[in-house]
Design a protein around this ligand. Structure first.
Ligand code: RM4
Ligand code: MN
Ligand code: MN
Length: 424
């Protein structure tokens, strides 16, 4: 289904007077409000194709109703999101969960919804029916060359799909590692993985990037072969200038200072971008900003500062993707919340008084530095985000509009109650 613009306009009109009052209130305090609005409108966050169905846990899966049953329907869902918030103008595909059978038609359908294809994700953590080799003991790290070759060939296949769709990057996340001491020779695993990555890297077109995502544990519980940002950085430095480290917010040990990691990767010119989500305990893949919005703000504060120092374009020079999916909420509402949380953190980071913060840091005025950061963090910027959406042709209140327009009810009518989307 496609949401007609006049319906969104109608709902906006009902909210307009209240919105204007809130917007003017916050805008009086923001010196660079037009600049902030422009940046918010330019900032697009890619939606993962695997997040449009209700996520499962290892204990089971409770499928939602009206879930997209095909890649075409997933694109439609992202189209719905984008027409509501005008900030989800890209989709990130996971192969083989979402193989585009007719790339030209898929590309045209996406364009019709105003969407482009962000990073392509390979999958060498699950065995596929009909494949000759098993990933039970790893993929790119495997002791058996035949398994490594199969995993390398799969990644090259993913690049080919991406080229057809106009994507420009490949994200590699490996489940490779070991679950028991003694199972693996760490150096051997590293060297084999590096060698495999080199072969994938060699297949990248000149204008492509390779994003190497790290994760501290799971599904392996003793060692992971790309376990943290140091290890990822080691691989990408050895690979070459087209390789970067991808930060998934849920892939750290508890209490890790992610904003410091982000700052240093950016300094080294090796930050690929993000998989946004939130977590309490591990790789929980919860809605962005639902557990620790302050951490998200601190990350964006480092991003804005670090990107500005390097003269980078906020919207296009890093990869912005959501990687969240869970088993309770309507996935589209969940994604609308995630995108809004990212926009809020970004807007707040844009409000930080950088010269004042630098002066406080130079003077070792710790209390003032904290005041400056928290002044921005405690500003209610939701009206700025709504204004950006309104100016771009979206809804003032995307979730409210989604509910009032009864999008899910319509999707259930179209697709039925018992649909299951591909994914974990
Ligand atoms: C992993 C990692 C990858 C994602 C898979 C499904 O934990 O976050 O990015 O593609 O899960
Ligand atoms: Mn991820
Ligand atoms: Mn993950």
């Amino acid at each position: 289904m496609q949401i007609e613009k006049y319906k969104i306009d109608g709902l906006n009109n009902e909210l307009l007077a209240d919105h204007k009052r809130k917007f003017e209130f916050v805008a009086t305090d923001v010196t660079n409000v037009e600049d902030v609005l422009k940046k918010l409108q330019a900032f697009q966050i890619a939606i993962p194709s695997w997040a449009l169905g209700t996520g499962g846990t290892r204990f089971g899966r409770f499928s939602g109703k009206g879930e997209p049953g095909s890649l075409e329907e997933k694109i439609e869902d992202v189209g719905v999101l984008h027409s509501l918030n005008k900030s989800s103008g890209a989709i990130s595909l996971h192969i083989p969960w979402d193989i585009p059978k007719n790339a030209a038609a898929i590309k045209a359908l996406a364009a019709q919804h105003g969407l482009r294809f962000d990073a392509m994700n390979s999958n060498t953590f699950q065995d596929q029916p009909g494949s000759s080799e098993s990933y039970k003991f790893g993929s790119l790290q495997h002791v058996d060359k035949a398994v490594r070759d199969q995993a390398i060939a799969h990644n090259i296949e993913v690049i080919k799909h991406g080229i057809e769709l106009g994507s420009k990057s490949l994200t590699v996340w490996l489940a490779d590692g070991s679950s028991f001491p003694g199972q693996l020779n760490f150096r051997g695993a590293f060297e084999r993985t590096l060698d495999s990555l080199k072969q994938i890297y060699a297949a990248l077109p000149a204008d492509w990037k390779l994003y190497l995502e790290y994760k501290c544990y799971e599904p392996n519980f003793y060692s992971t072969t790309v376990a943290d940002w140091g290890q990822s950085l080691l691989y990408v430095s050895k690979l070459g200038p087209k390789a970067y480290t991808l930060v998934d917010l849920g892939h750290h040990l508890p209490n890790a200072n992610i904003e410091q990691i982000v700052s240093l990767l950016l300094m080294e010119g090796r930050l690929a971008g993000f998989h946004f989500n939130d977590s309490k305990y591990g790789d929980d893949d919860l809605t962005v900003g639902s557990i620790n919005p302050y951490q998200l703000f601190l990350i964006f504060n480092e991003l804005v500062e670090g990107m500005d120092v390097r003269g980078m374009d906020h919207a296009n020079d890093l990869g912005w993707m959501i990687d969240a999916s869970h088993n309770l909420k309507d996935p589209i509402e969940d994604l609308l919340q995630s995108v809004q949380a990212i926009q809020i953190a970004y807007a707040q980071a844009l409000l930080v008084d950088k010269p004042a913060l630098q002066a406080a840091q130079k003077a070792n005025d710790v209390a003032l530095a904290q005041e400056i950061l928290q002044k921005a963090y405690r500003t209610d910027v939701r009206a700025l985000v709504s204004e950006a959406s309104l100016r771009a042709g979206g809804a003032i209140d995307p979730i409210g509009a989604y509910r009032k327009l009864q999008v899910r009810e319509n999707l259930i009518k179209e697709r039925g109650e018992k649909t299951v989307a591909t994914g974990l």
